[in-house]
Write a protein that binds this ligand. Structure first.
Ligand SMILES: Nc1ncnc2c1ncn2[C@@H]1O[C@H](COP(=O)(O)OP(=O)(O)OP(=O)(O)O)[C@@H](O)[C@H]1O
Ligand SMILES: [Mg+2]
Length: 183
């Protein structure tokens, strides 16, 4: 996998499968501290302690259609390659938080990739029944994209209408540019 945005898509996919109705994606870029952090928090069904000890095993999956589960292992691997850390916290009935850190300037740190595309892809697929909250900070500047707020502003227009999605994608791209994130 080339970009962190694709890993994010994978991890959010887990949240959706776990029945989450609210998913937060938080990216913090701090070039002074030379660190990039990524968090995905959901309010899905969560995991037991026993399950948690197994999720980084590539052969562990609860999917019925396959024998390997690679989403979490691959993100954990990506953090390792960039001398970062990977952590996962979960509580049955409450939800799950996945956190990854990377050494910002590490030669093997994957690029963030196209976050506007990732977020809009998620909104297009699940924006009607799942709340997405995406926060991106870079060196003290940041913004939050919250589908609850957008829905209110849209009144009766659907958040999944192609024109709306196009507009929202451009808005995210603009915001990213304004905080100095190039995509
Ligand atoms: N957010 C989550 N909430 C509840 N359970 C989760 C969550 N994320 C992962 N899991 C559990 O951990 C297992 C492993 O997840 P992982 O993403 O590594 O593989 P997968 O989703 O099974 O397969 P793949 O990602 O390769 O399609 C899942 O099958 C699921 O049981
Ligand atoms: Mg997965």
């Amino acid at each position: 996998m080339q970009d962190l945005s694709l890993h994010i898509l994978d991890i959010v996919e887990n949240s959706i499968e776990a029945g989450a109705k609210k998913i937060k994606i938080i990216i913090n870029e701090n070039t002074k501290k030379n660190i990039l952090t990524l968090q995905i928090k959901d309010n899905g069904k969560g995991m037991s302690k026993k399950t948690l000890t197994k999720v980084l095993d590539p052969f562990y999956t609860t999917k019925k259609t396959r024998r390997v589960g690679l989403g979490l292992s691959m993100l954990a691997q990506a953090t390792k390659e960039a001398e970062g850390k990977f952590a996962i916290k979960s509580k049955i009935g409450k939800g799950t938080t996945v956190a990854a850190t990377f050494v910002y300037s590490h030669i093997d740190r994957k690029p963030i990739g196209n976050m506007a595309e990732t977020i809009i892809g998620l909104v297009a697929a699940r924006g009607l029944d799942v709340v997405f909250i995406y926060t991106h900070n870079k060196n003290g500047n940041g913004f939050t994209f919250d589908t609850r707020y957008i829905k209110k502003e849209l009144n009766n227009i659907s958040i999944t209408h192609p024109d709306v999605l196009n507009y929202l994608k451009k808005e995210i791209q603009k915001q990213l540019k304004s905080i100095g994130v190039s995509t």
